[in-house]
Design a protein around this ligand. Sequence first.
Ligand SMILES: Nc1ncnc2c1ncn2[C@@H]1O[C@H](COP(=O)(O)OP(=O)(O)O)[C@@H](O)[C@H]1O
Ligand SMILES: [Mg+2]
Length: 254
Amino acid sequence: MSKIVLESKDLCKTYILDKYSNNVLKNVNFILKEGEFVSIMGPSGSGKSTLLNTLSGMDNASFGRIIFDGEEMSNMNPKQMSNLRLNKMGFVFQQMYMLKKLCILDNIVLPGYQAAKMKKSEVNERARKLMHNLGIEDIAQNEITEVSGGQLQRACICRALINSPKVLFADEPTGALNSKASAEVMNVLRKANSEGMTILMVTHSEKVAASSERVIFLVDGNIKGELNLGSQTDENDSSIRERKLKNWLDEMGW
Ligand SMILES: Nc1ncnc2c1ncn2[C@@H]1O[C@H](COP(=O)(O)OP(=O)(O)O)[C@@H](O)[C@H]1O
Ligand SMILES: [Mg+2]
């Protein structure tokens, strides 16, 4: 049995706008085990991004508990939270939050320098390698505004992986990508996962979700169902996995 790395208990999130409260997450109980690769799917507006943001501590829960790597997140002060984020979590968001004053490479290495777990030369080397694997080594010195959306998204993935996080949180990591770039990203994520990194990813793509071991289906702020696909052992079974996922999504009313 592998260890639980992230757990939510009765997690609720309510947004209040003009006295009207919107209960976006309703008592979500969720467990993520070390080394797992899990996808979150569900209709638009069902709370997928909100779930990812609260589980990763980017946004506060309204009610309930979140335990990350054995520690209660709600008990952490901002300094402990930011240390946790820097050292154990990686993020790929829809809004990419890259620093406009830095070139692509400097954006990618920055969290590596901040964490100071590796020498700067090692951080640089790792950044180059990640950029190479994602096919963006030639934009290292470019400004953020000089590259395409797809290149920027891949740069965000390099930045998220620079400190070899324990858990990667990714919201539509292939959202801005064509099928070739999307396949490159999934290869990198699958490889990182096979080397031990846990992944929790939101996606609407069946092809992308078929890479994960487990898929949870969120409807109206609740987990409506969950499909176990098991780990992908060889490239050839990807179409079988995709078909299995499609059938299940049909049952879920996708
Ligand atoms: N920062 C926010 N303030 C107020 N309402 C929000 C905020 N973020 C999301 N919501 C609302 O929460 C619901 C779920 O949104 P979201 O988590 O983005 O869904 P999904 O990612 O599944 O499309 C939507 O009704 C959305 O309008
Ligand atoms: Mg979303």
